[in-house]
Design a protein around this ligand. Structure first.
Ligand code: ATP
Ligand code: FE
Length: 337
């Protein structure tokens, strides 16, 4: 079974080929055009996807050594994401599937982030989570704790009631006048700073839910006060600010996750999404594994942010369930997992 995966939900155009669950190729074209604006500009993203989609798919097939006639099915991100971006990948996938006379498999982008843990780079690659496991999904648009019962059976136990963790990092980074996206920049600065230099407010919210908007405001107001006394405050304390912000976010994420693990008794714990690239969060996972006996799963850096390999592997498992998508199904910008 050979699956072509296509991802175009935000600002990365990506295609990947998977044969019987093993990755043959993965190509990602990122869009530098948004850097100048400090965030993704939807119209520019759609236009870049239009330019990239054909060469990216072509390159993925070429690197996999597979012709389009050998494909068993095409898996594509149907949502959630930016409508104009999604439309490019969705239309392309539908057109190609129709021309080749093969099935289409629609993939929920968030399910893809979780199932990135099942991407195998070779047959020997077998260190994967066992069901049921708990997955912390932290990305640019989502922060959720998910109970994963099977490939196609997931239950959201808790989620953010306002901003996502990645969004909070990106906004605080913007306030500091750093570049976009802020996540990798904050991560790098934080490695050289003191995480206990500053304290920012943490949310008081019950259950397994998250909230990050209060932290964002606390960060903004604290900075404003400090800048009044010292105009070069950010320049002088860049690394400490980054380290303290990162620590606050990691603490918030891990506090709720620990609660879920304790209450469910499930100690297979994974992390997924763009923020799972963060070194502070990765270290916190390793510490929890050592301290509480968790069996942890941390994705390779390349599978944390958006990629089509995660879409292709999700498509593969849906294909095995014969869970196909008819051609009249539209893209969706918002949907629950
Ligand atoms: P969603 O998947 O929720 O639709 P998205 O696709 O935009 O959102 P991802 O691509 O999964 O999100 O992740 C992007 C986010 O990850 C950004 O907010 C980015 O700043 C953050 N990020 C990337 N690398 C790091 C890092 N090393 N440390 C912290 N955050 C990071
Ligand atoms: Fe994503």
């Amino acid at each position: 079974i050979i699956i072509l995966g296509i991802e175009s939900s935000c600002d990365d155009t990506s295609a990947a080929v998977i044969r019987n669950g093993v990755l043959l190729s993965s190509v990602i074209a990122s869009q530098a055009v948004h850097e100048a604006y400090g965030g993704v500009v939807p119209e520019l993203a759609s236009r870049a996807h239009q330019q990239n989609i054909v060469p990216v798919v072509h390159e993925a097939l070429k690197r996999a050594g597979v012709t389009k006639e050998q494909l068993s099915a095409i898996a594509f991100t149907r949502g959630p994401g930016l409508m104009g971006s999604l439309l490019v990948g969705v239309s392309f996938a539908k057109g190609l599937a129709l021309a080749l006379g093969i099935p289409l498999v629609d993939v929920n982008h968030l399910q893809g982030h979780v199932l990135a843990h099942f991407i195998k780079e070779s047959e020997e690659d077998t260190d994967q989570p066992k069901f049921p496991f708990i997955c912390l999904l932290v990305s640019g648009g989502n922060s959720q704790i998910i109970r994963v019962n099977a490939y196609n059976d997931m239950q959201v136990l808790g989620q953010t009631i306002d901003d996502a963790a990645g969004e909070a990092i990106d906004k605080c980074s913007k306030v500091m006048g750093l570049g976009y996206p802020g996540g990798p920049i904050i991560d790098k600065l934080a490695r050289q700073g003191n995480p206990d230099a500053f304290t920012f407010s943490k949310p008081h919210i019950g259950g397994y839910d998250y909230s990050f908007s209060g932290l964002k405001t606390s960060f903004l107001y604290s900075l404003r006060d400090w800048l009044k006394d010292e105009p070069d405050f950010i320049e002088h304390h860049k690394t400490d600010l980054a380290a303290s912000l990162e620590k606050t976010i990691v603490d918030i994420l891990m506090d709720k996750l620990r609660k879920v693990v304790k209450d469910t008794g499930i100690t297979e714990v994974a992390v997924a999404g763009g923020v799972s690239a963060n070194n502070g969060l990765r270290n916190a996972f390793r510490e929890h594994a050592a301290k509480y006996g968790w069996k942890i799963y941390i994705p390779k850096f390349g599978y944390t942010t958006d990629n089509a390999a995660m879409i292709a592997i999700t498509g593969y498992y849906k294909y095995l369930d014969k869970d196909f998508c008819s051609i009249d199904k539209p893209a969706y910008s918002r949907v629950a997992l």
